[in-house]
Design a protein around this ligand. Sequence first.
Ligand code: ADE
Ligand code: ZN
Length: 324
Amino acid sequence: MSAFIEQLPKVELHLHIEGSLEPELVFALARRNGITLDYANEAALKAAYEFDDLQSFLNIYYAGMSVLQTEQDFFDMTHAYLQRAHSEHVRHTEIFFDPQAHTGRGVPFSVVVTGIHRALEQARYDWGMSSRLIMSFLRDLPEASAIDTLRQAEPFHGWLTGVGLDSAETGNPPDKFRRVYAMARDQGYRLVAHAGEEGPPQYIRDALELLRVERIDHGVAAIKDPALMAELAENRIPLTVCPLSNLKLKVVNTMAEHPMGELLQAGLCVTVNSDDPAYFGGYMNANYRALQQGLGMSNSELLQLALNSVEASWLSPEEKALLN
Ligand code: ADE
Ligand code: ZN
C-alpha cells in the first residue's frame, strides 16, 4: 500500500453504514439475536458477493442487514466502521442509513438512529473524528413511505443533517420524490441523491433541477453528456464517486475504463468514497489505490481528490480550515 495514500488525511462522503457490515459481524449478530441465515458460514456468505448489477447486490445487502435488531447492533456496526476509517486516516465522514429497510422489518426508527448516533459521538470523543448523518429514502418504495419516514425523523432532526435517495435507480427517477424533497428542504435538511450510477445523465439533471440537491452521489453517467459535465464543472457540483463499487457492480468493466480521470481533468469536483466497503472489496485506502493502479493517477491528482472532499463536505469553514 502506498504510504502517501495511507497517510493522506481523508474525508468520506458516500458510505452506507449497512454496507459496512462485514460477514463476521453478520454472523455474530445473527447468533446474538437467534437468527438463522441462508448461508452456512462466513465463507459461504462471502462467496455470494459476485454481482452482475446494482439489483443483484441490493438483494444480498438487504438480506445481510436483517440481523440488525437492537440499538446495540446499530452501535456495534457503526463503531466497527468508524474504527476502520480512523485506522485509515479518515478524519471526517458523512454516513447514509436506510431507515425504511429497518422500520419495514419492525425495528423502530428511534432504535436505529440512536445506536448510530451514539457511535458517532464516541468517535468524536475518542478520536476527534467528525461526522454528519444522512437519512436516505429507498427509491423503489412509494413517495408516501418516504414522507412517512420524514415524519418519523422529526424528533431526531438535531442528529440528522441531510436526506438522500438510494436503492434501485432504473425506473425510479428523481421526479417521483419531488414533494418529499421540497418538504425536507423546508425543514432545513441538506439534500443529496444517488443519480447516474446505472441511470442516465438525465437523472443527474433532474436531481439538480427537480430535487434541488447540492451533491450528486455517483454521477459517473455524466461522462456521456459533455454539456452536463461542463455545467457540473462550472458550478463545482460535487460528485461522490465510488470506484470499487462501480467495478463490482459492473458500471465499468475494468478500472482502466473508469471515468474518474477524465472527470477530474475536466474540472469537476469529484471525490473518492467506498459506498458499501464490506461488499465491494475495500475501504477508503483501497479505493484510492484502485485509482492509482488502474488509472495511473499521480500523488498530486490523489491529493486534489482529497481536497475536493473537504470542499464538498458539510463541515463549517472553521472545521475545514482545521482539516487542511
Ligand atoms: N444502497 C447501498 N448502496 C447503494 C448503491 N451503490 N446504489 C444505490 N443504492 C445503494
Ligand atoms: Zn451509494
